[in-house]
Design a protein around this ligand. Structure first.
Ligand code: ADP
Ligand code: MG
Length: 353
């Protein structure tokens, strides 16, 4: 009997994550100074998934996004898009193909738009550069993009200059520009932090609608834990260039495990103030990134610090019974009997009592 070709059963196979960051590192050097902005950073984002990235200013969030967008070259590590590794030194063609799939939106929609060009021009450029439209096809494609981000009628908005738009409208143009090339993943670096509180939620809802309609994935960077929880399926927490905790957003923000995430939460505005939460202002300072200590970078600030914390950088461990929730903290090491769980629970109870 002739053997039939075996058809893979795609629906039964675990799908490859859209993005996989493996051991990503970035050292910025200037003269003798070198700043280790990102250390051994690992993250996967599934198709249609929103991963929030939180941490105080200087923790390396933007550097992760810029490495992933190929605006910086990584010092080490691998970036995989749908399983395929990007070459360490991609040529112009590989970079263009990659950028078509991975787009970035920025905090300040004004500075990312050229003030001398109309909105229509700003949106026509990516369409033409990536060969998605030509000649007369471009104008209707631009209008349709504008309408997809809620700027309707598109024919009105395409003639406007950035200064004629509100902050929220400019961020909608920024989102439209990212969408123009039909990306798989959008890296959003604090896209709502410069907007009025009243329109932050509109922009977040627009991003979520687009995720549902287009199956987009997002890395959503924010200072705001309430915003991270609202937007994200999972949340990742960075401290001094390290991933210190990752897990499903409600569980992680509801009951943070890492002492640093607990500090962030205690410093954050209370839930009653809702999404109006502004900057998370954690007390103390992140360590000097030019000379990171060998152990846990949070140890000098940690209320639960013990000798083991200074010996070596803790590894990521799963919380008992919650494999999706992982934390880089010796207090959760199973071989030490996860000594910190009781201690942290007691402190948290005292704090909330
Ligand atoms: N282009 C750069 N050159 C030198 N140092 C940089 C550069 N970009 C970021 N850094 C440093 O890397 C660290 C992380 O910065 P960043 O990724 O912007 O943090 P975050 O977005 O969390 O505030 C900071 O110490 C910052 O000063
Ligand atoms: Mg930043």
């Amino acid at each position: 009997m002739p053997s039939l070709p075996i058809k893979p059963n795609l629906s039964a196979m675990p799908s490859e994550p859209v993005l996989r960051l493996e051991g990503l590192e970035k050292v910025f050097r200037s003269g003798r100074r070198s700043v280790k902005a990102v250390t051994d950073f690992n993250l996967e984002i599934a198709r249609g998934e929103v991963v929030g990235l939180v941490g105080e200013s200087g923790s390396g969030k933007s550097t992760v996004a810029r490495l992933t967008a190929q605006l910086h070259r990584a010092s080490a590590g691998t970036i995989r898009l749908n399983g395929t590794a990007l070459p360490t030194r991609p040529n112009a063609r590989a970079l263009l193909a990659y950028r078509r799939k991975v787009q970035m939106i920025f905090q300040d929609p004004f500075s990312s738009l050229n003030p001398t060009h109309t909105v229509g021009y700003a949106l026509s450029r990516p369409l033409e550069i990536h060969g998605l439209t030509r000649g007369r096809e471009t104008a209707p494609a631009v209008r349709s993009l504008l309408e997809r981000v809620g700027l309707s009628p598109g024919a009105l908005y395409e003639q406007k200059f950035p200064h004629e738009l509100s902050g929220g409208q400019r961020q909608r143009v920024g989102i439209a520009r990212a969408l123009a090339v039909q990306p798989l993943l959008i890296l959003a670096d604090e896209p709502t932090s410069m907007l009025d509180v009243s329109i932050r939620l509109d922009i977040m809802n627009l991003m979520l609608d687009l995720r549902d309609q287009e199956g987009l994935s997002y890395l959503f960077i924010t200072h705001d834990l309430a915003g991270a929880r609202y937007m994200s399926d999972r949340v990742a927490v960075m401290y001094a260039g390290h991933l210190v905790e990752i897990g499903p957003s409600a569980g992680l923000i509801g009951s943070p495990a890492h002492p640093y995430t607990q500090l962030l939460k205690s410093a954050a505005p209370k839930p009653e103030s809702g999404l109006a939460a502004t900057r998370v202002d954690a007390r103390g300072e992140i360590p000097d990134l030019t000379q990171l200590p060998p152990g846990c970078p949070f140890e000098p600030r940690c209320p639960h610090a013990r000798a083991e914390c200074r010996a070596a950088l803790p590894r990521m461990v799963e919380l008992p019974g919650q494999s999706a929730h992982q934390v880089r903290c010796v207090l959760y090491y199973p071989e030490l009997g996860a000594p910190g769980i009781a201690e942290i629970a007691a402190t948290t109870q005292r704090a909330s009592a």
